[in-house]
Design a protein around this ligand. Structure first.
Ligand code: AMP
Ligand code: MG
Length: 418
C-alpha cells in the first residue's frame, strides 16, 4: 500500500532543520586561508584606524593659523623645509610660515594642522603662496576617524569576504578563529544513472545531480566527499549510507525519497534509526524532500529530479551547513521584483521557479528561466535566482510583484518568511 504523507509548510520545514543544527568546533587559521569561512570571534579594533593623523592628498602640511587672512590680493607665502613621503616622518616640527611637502598617507608633522592641495598653491623660489585661509584640521585624515581602538566592528558569525580580510589584516590578525567546515558527502542513487563520461544507453541518463550538488557545496567553500552512484538496491545502499555517515557530518543523497517501488531512502532511515524531520513539504518542486538526523549527523534526502534537487539544497541544506558553522545570516537574500511573464499554472503548494533577474527601466524584473518542471535541468542552468510564488489556486500575471531569492550572494539574511 502506498504510504500517504502529510505535507508541512516550507517555513516549518526550514525551522525543523535549523532547530536540529549543532554548531561545529572552531579552529585557528592563518589569515590567507580564511576567505569564505565564518568568524568565530568578533573583529575588535586593536588600535585606531588610521593609527595617526595623516595626509589624504599630495600637498603641503602647514599651520592653519599662518594662512589666516590670505586672499587673492594678499597671498600668504610659505617656506618649504622638507618632504615627507608615505612611510616617512618629519625630522622636526614646523614653525611659523613653514611647510612640509607631504604625500598621501604620510604622518602629519608636529605643529602642522592643515594640508593644502598642490592645485591650491602657486610655486615660489623657496616654497609657495596661498590665496585662501585654511581651518585647523582641514584636509587631515584624523587618527581613529575610521575605527576607534576597542570598537567591536564585525560580529562573530559573519562570513569572511575580501573586505573582512582587509579589516583583519589592518589589525594584524595573522591568525583568525573561524568555525570548522562540516564534512559533507554526496551520494547519487538510481539504477538509471550513468557517469558523465558514459555514452547514453536506452533507459539511462547521466548523473547531473552529483556534480551539481558538489558545485553548490563548492560555492559555499566546502569540498565534498563523493560516494559516487548507487543502483537502487536496499542492502547495498544501506551499507554505503552507513559508511558515509561514519565519515561525514552531512550526507546528501539524491533520488530514492519518493514512494516508488525502488525508492529506498525511507527504508534506509528506518534501518539506521534516523529521526525523519519531514518527508513531504508543501512546495514545488521538491515536495518529497526528506531530512533526517542521526545523532549529530544530518541526512538530506533530496529528490532525484534536478530542479527539485537544486531547490532542496538551497532551501534546506545550505542554511543548515552555514548555521553549523555559526553563521548568523544563513539565508539567501530575498528581494521583491516584477514578474516578467505570466505564470498561469495554479498550485496548492508554494512554487519555487528558477528565474533570471535583471535591472530594467521599470526596476528589477524576474523572469522564469524556461521549462520549469521539477525534472528540468535547462532552467537551473539559466537561472540566477528563484521566484517564490505563494500557494493558491490563481495563476500569476506579468507585472505582479513577487518575492525573489538571490542565488550565489556572498552575504545572507537572518530571516526568511517563506
Ligand atoms: P527519484 O527521486 O529517484 O524518484 O528520481 C526522480 C527523477 O530524477 C527520475 O526521472 C530520475 O531518473 C531522475 N534522477 C534521479 N537521480 C538523478 C541524477 N543523479 N541526475 C539526474 N537525474 C536524476
Ligand atoms: Mg530513483
Amino acid at each position: 500500500m502506498v504510504e500517504i504523507r502529510k505535507p508541512i509548510q516550507v517555513a516549518e520545514a526550514v525551522d525543523r532543520v535549523m532547530s536540529h543544527v549543532q554548531q561545529l568546533d572552531t579552529e585557528l587559521l592563518s589569515l590567507e586561508h580564511t576567505y569564505g569561512r565564518i568568524l568565530a570571534e568578533p573583529i575588535v579594533a586593536k588600535h585606531d584606524v588610521p593609527p595617526f593623523d595623516r595626509s589624504p592628498y599630495d600637498g603641503f602640511a602647514i599651520r592653519a593659523e599662518d594662512s589666516a587672512g590670505a586672499s587673492g590680493n594678499e597671498r600668504k607665502s610659505f617656506q618649504v623645509i622638507g618632504e615627507i613621503g608615505a612611510g616617512h616622518v618629519a625630522d622636526r616640527p614646523i614653525e611659523r610660515g613653514e611647510a612640509f611637502r607631504i604625500m598621501t598617507g604620510a604622518l602629519i608633522p608636529e605643529q602642522a594642522d592643515a594640508v593644502v592641495m598642490l592645485e591650491q598653491t602657486v610655486e615660489t623660489d623657496t616654497g609657495f603662496t596661498l590665496r585662501k585661509p585654511f581651518d585647523a584640521g582641514e584636509n587631515i585624515s584624523r587618527q581613529g576617524e575610521d575605527a576607534k581602538e576597542g570598537d567591536q566592528l564585525i560580529e562573530a558569525g559573519t562570513i569572511i569576504h575580501p573586505g573582512t580580510i582587509a579589516l583583519l589584516a589592518t589589525f594584524g590578525y595573522s591568525h583568525v578563529r573561524v568555525a570548522k567546515k562540516p564534512i559533507a558527502g554526496v551520494l547519487s542513487t538510481g539504477t538509471e544513472l550513468l557517469n558523465v563520461e558514459d555514452e547514453l544507453m536506452p533507459g539511462k541518463i547521466r548523473n547531473s545531480n552529483g556534480p551539481m550538488i558538489r558545485a553548490q557545496l563548492a560555492r559555499m567553500g566546502i569540498e565534498a566527499k563523493s560516494y559516487g552512484m548507487m543502483e537502487d538496491d536496499l542492502d547495498a545502499c544501506t551499507e554505503i549510507v552507513e559508511r558515509a555517515l561514519k565519515e561525514t557530518d552531512v550526507l546528501i543523497t539524491t533520488g530514492g525519497v519518493s514512494v516508488g517501488d525502488y525508492d529506498y531512502l525511507p527504508a534506509i532511515y528506518e534501518r539506521l534509526g534516523a529521526k525523519v524531520l519531514f518527508n513531504k513539504v508543501a512546495m514545488r518542486p521538491g515536495s518529497v524532500t526528506t531530512v533526517a538526523v542521526l545523532g549529530n549527523k544530518f541526512l538530506f534526502g533530496l529528490s532525484g529530479n534536478p530542479s527539485a534537487c537544486f531547490t532542496g539544497f538551497e532551501l534546506f541544506t545550505r542554511p543548515a551547513i552555514l548555521a553549523m558553522m555559526g553563521c548568523k545570516a544563513p539565508y539567501m537574500p530575498r528581494i521583491q521584483a516584477t514578474l516578467g511573464e505570466d505564470f498561469k499554472k495554479a498550485n496548492p503548494f508554494t512554487r519555487f521557479v528558477r528565474a533570471t533577474w535583471e535591472m530594467t527601466a521599470q526596476g528589477i524584473v524576474a523572469t522564469p528561466a524556461g521549462f520549469n518542471k521539477s525534472s528540468a535541468v535547462s532552467s537551473i542552468a539559466r537561472g540566477n535566482c528563484i521566484i517564490v510564488l505563494p500557494s493558491g489556486t490563481r495563476g500569476f500575471e506579468s507585472g505582479m510583484t513577487v518575492d525573489v531569492l538571490l542565488l550565489g550572494a556572498e552575504q545572507g539574511v537572518e530571516q526568511w518568511d517563506l
